[in-house]
Ligand binder design. Structure first.
Ligand code: GTP
Ligand code: MG
Length: 345
């Protein structure tokens, strides 16, 4: 990396797709956790956030990512629910994204919430990559734990390869019907114009290195300028969840997508009836690679820069609303910030 790494904002990567297509499992593979197994009814019901440092990404991507080629601090992954009833959460997750991963079960292909995710991506103009997941479930698949996908693909029987090809071409066809020119990622030269499709398995880890390499390439090449923001400006974020926390009362889990938030800052948070004006008592940061949704050991920090997931403890948060904005009051009158928050409710 270069010397200005500290001034680059961490890109936000939203993971979108149909229910059960493997979004949480894919993130589990990347962060080395088992969040998916602990979910009730095995479905995700909230938006999650996980900070993955550059070193982790480059060590997982192996030779596909050279950390010296990158000066982004890492990636902040946003997990979203695929169940049809959570369309608001998907829209919210999509709106936060700088980049998206569209997860599609390679056997199942495009499904209603895949289409919905595509609509969100199109509406927000978010660059994206497609993870064609569950390649290991293709009958006869010969797994090769953690291998880059091309090596794995070449090691399969002709029959397995042609079954996989069929699934992949269905996905490429559906992307084309949605107006996107797409191809297998190793054939894509210009990721801005063509959507790369990466065959992966969240179970065996095959292709995960490729997916991370494409993501890092996309963010470095096409997002870098957008990431050159003033991370010392007034913090702005979105509430993911309101939660009771022992010793703190009501707290809010927040994705900070701009600026910096500090302990002691006055913030305005969208509430059930009206904006809440309060002062931050504690900023609680999840450990690197931890899902904020399930984390139970937070580190208390003085400040946190975008993009990041953070739990905020402050008085009066009982009526805070998931999805509402959070804005730091720093160099503007409180009333002006209250008006801004009210305008977004
Ligand atoms: P929602 O959050 O409810 O939308 O689901 P999701 O997309 O997060 O799917 P999840 O990761 O919970 O996975 C659904 C089921 O598919 C789980 O039983 C996973 O173990 C399984 N699964 C996910 N990815 C793979 C994969 O690559 N291979 C295999 N064999 N199973 C997978
Ligand atoms: Mg999930």
């Amino acid at each position: 990396g270069t010397e200005d790494a500290a001034t680059l904002r961490t890109p936000i990567v939203a993971v979108l797709g149909h229910v059960d297509h493997g979004k949480t499992s894919l993130l589990d593979k990347i962060r080395g956790s088992a969040v998916s197994e602990g979910e009730s009814g095995a479905i995700t019901q909230h938006i999650g956030a996980t900070a993955v440092p550059l070193e982790t990404i480059s060590s997982m991507a192996g030779e596909l990512v050279d950390p010296d080629d990158f000066d982004l601090p890492g990636l902040l992954f946003i997990d979203t629910p695929g169940h049809h009833s959570f369309s608001t959460l998907r829209a919210r997750g999509g709106a936060l994204a700088d980049i998206a991963i569209l997860v599609v079960d390679v056997n199942d292909g495009f499904q209603p919430q895949t289409e919905e995710a595509i609509d969100i991506i199109q509406r927000t103009g978010t660059p994206f990559v497609v993870a064609a997941n569950k390649v290991d479930t293709i009958p006869g698949w010969n797994p090769n734990e953690g291998a880059p996908i091309k090596a794995s693909y070449d090691a399969q029987s002709e029959r397995v390869r042609s079954t996989l090809d069929e699934g992949l071409y269905d996905i490429i066809g559906d992307l084309s019907s949605a107006g996107f020119s797409a191809d297998l990622y190793w054939r894509v030269q210009e990721f801005q114009r063509n959507i790369g499709v990466v065959p992966v398995s969240a179970m065996t880890g095959e292709g995960v290195s490729d997916l991370l390499a494409v993501l890092m390439g996309l963010s470095q090449r096409y997002m870098r300028e957008e990431m050159e923001v003033d991370v010392s400006g007034s913090g702005v974020g979105t509430v993911l969840e309101v939660k009771e926390e022992r010793g703190f009362g009501a707290t809010i889990d927040v994705v900070v997508y701009d600026g910096v938030i500090r302990e002691g800052d006055t913030i305005v948070v969208g509430g059930m009836d009206e904006p809440i004006v309060t002062e931050i008592r504690a900023l609680l940061q999840p450990r690197p690679l931890a899902e904020i949704r399930t984390e139970n050991r937070f580190e208390r920090v003085d400040e946190i820069e975008a993009a990041a997931g953070v739990k905020i403890a402050a008085p009066e948060l009982d009526d805070a609303m998931a999805g509402a904005p959070v804005m730091v009051v720093r160099d503007r009158p409180v009333e002006a910030v209250v008006d801004d928050v009210r305008a977004e409710l």
